[in-house]
Design a binder for this molecule. Structure first.
Ligand SMILES: Cc1ncc(COP(=O)(O)O)c(C=O)c1O
Length: 434
């Protein structure tokens, strides 16, 4: 890449047009103008290929957002696209169930320790919400205890600061506990004795589970007769083909998968113990697009390729190598104490160091702005895909980080670093992953 990326005029034009007809000008907070330095960032994508993305101003980026994690092989993966195209010739949404549903369910039962039966949804929120309904049906209890992010529906979002529109009666039914704090979970379960239906937990996000934590959660769930749900929507197939439950050897009662399972096609899976899954026969979870066939075909092709090429292992190798080199660049720029590396090699990130005396919004905004200027699109995390193994791509990324971090360091040395932002700072929706 030569020269800095600085023209976002078409993005800005589309943004103004979108604001007239689309609230927030986006369908997803994390893809919206709130998440980038507006004026110095692309807001609209044109196309993706492999691990790269072009914006509507024809600027080219190495993409570490990857559609917010569904893209696990790369954009326009030929094998997945072929499976979609073949199915397209046979129909998208058919009038009866198809064998594809059985094939994919059988596949997931083989891969995932907790999976004895499977149902499909269209997104992660469908999945976690179905798990919650099953747990309430099975236990006859109402309270849900959560840790992490689980989607936009009332039962979860009511527990966050962005709960406008969620009735207080519903909000009162969801309690939160911090990751790696089994004592806090135990306290909640005792305080709400015989009232908790489910514990819904991301088994790992940006923090490594402390030894014994997941086992303690499992044990507490069993002792209190609470349904343990692992939200594997991010861990699913990235951390390993059997999810975090396989990686850490702790089996929940229900596991929910989404995002990466079809390399970008919209599908999720609720997997779990047979006796719990049978509640699907009595509760009501049913939708027009359930069984939509392009996503099922894409998912089978994605899982095949991931297994054949041992993609989870490759993602870890890319993540580890890349992060070591970025850490070196941080030191060289004198920013080793300003940003910290978080997450596992399969899903690493760089966040403002909580001990830094600099405003985290400033630090995040500057880093995001300067990475974009140097051709790297990234949120908090480095979302990885198989196509990042393209020769030279990681070297290019490291070089871009070097230049971006030098600019960030220079800005932070200025009398007023905020003036070095070439647009409006980012605006966090809320924070769920500490
Ligand atoms: C861990 C986790 N659970 C649930 C969801 C909700 O999934 P979706 O946005 O597909 O509804 C997300 C989405 O980011 C997630 O990261």
């Amino acid at each position: 890449m030569t020269g800095k990326i600085e023209n976002f005029s078409e993005s800005e034009r589309l943004y103004q047009r979108a604001l007239e007809v689309i609230p927030t000008a986006s369908q997803t907070f994390s893809k919206s103008a709130m998440n980038y330095v507006r004026g110095a960032s692309p807001l609209f994508a044109d196309r993706g290929e492999g691990g790269r993305l072009w914006d509507v101003d024809d600027n080219l980026y190495i993409d570490f957002v990857l559609g917010l994690l569904p893209i696990v092989l790369g954009y326009s993966d030929p094998d997945v696209d072929k499976a979609i195209t073949l199915q397209l010739e046979r129909g998208i949404t058919l009038s009866l169930a198809t064998e594809l549903e059985i094939e994919l369910a059988e596949r997931l039962v083989k891969l995932i320790p907790c999976a004895e039966m499977v149902r499909f949804g269209k997104n992660g929120t469908d999945g976690t919400s179905a798990a919650v309904r099953i747990a309430r049906a099975a236990t006859g209890r109402d309270i849900i205890v959560v840790c992490g992010y689980h989607g936009w529906q009332d039962w979860y979002i009511g527990s966050t600061t962005r709960h406008l529109g969620v009735p207080e009666a519903v909000r009162d039914l969801t309690k939160t506990f911090p990751y790696n704090d089994a004592a806090a979970l135990e306290y909640l379960l005792n305080e709400n004795k015989d009232k908790v239906a489910a514990i819904v937990l991301e088994p790992m996000a940006l923090t490594q589970p402390e030894p014994g934590f997941l086992e303690a959660v499992r044990d507490l769930a069993t002792r209190h007769e609470v349904v343990l749900v692992f939200d594997e929507i991010i861990t699913g197939f990235r951390i390993g083909m059997g999810g975090a439950q396989s990686e850490f050897g702790v089996t929940p009662d229900i596991g929910v998968f989404g995002k990466a399972m079809a390399n970008g096609m919209p599908i999720s899976a609720i997997t779990g113990r047979r006796d719990l899954m049978r509640y699907f026969e009595d509760i009501f979870i049913s939708g027009t697009f359930g069984g939509e066939a392009l996503s099922l075909a894409a998912s089978l092709a994605t899982l095949n390729k991931m297994e054949e090429q041992n993609v989870p292992q490759k993602l870890k190798a890319i993540g580890s190598g890349l992060c070591n080199q970025i850490t070196e660049k941080l030191s060289q720029a004198g920013l080793g104490e300003t940003y910290s590396r978080v997450g596992g090699d399969w899903w690493p990130g760089f966040v403002p160091n909580p001990d830094s005396d600099k405003d985290p919004i400033l630090l995040t905004s500057l880093l995001r702005q300067e990475l974009i200027a140097n051709g790297v699109l990234m949120g908090t995390t480095l979302n990885l895909c198989l196509a990042h193994t393209e020769p030279g791509l990681i070297d290019e990324t490291v070089s871009a980080f070097g230049k971006a971090l030098a600019s960030v360091a220079e800005a932070l040395d200025a009398p007023d670093p905020w003036l070095l932002l070439r647009g409006e700072p980012i605006r966090p929706v809320f924070s769920v992953r500490s």
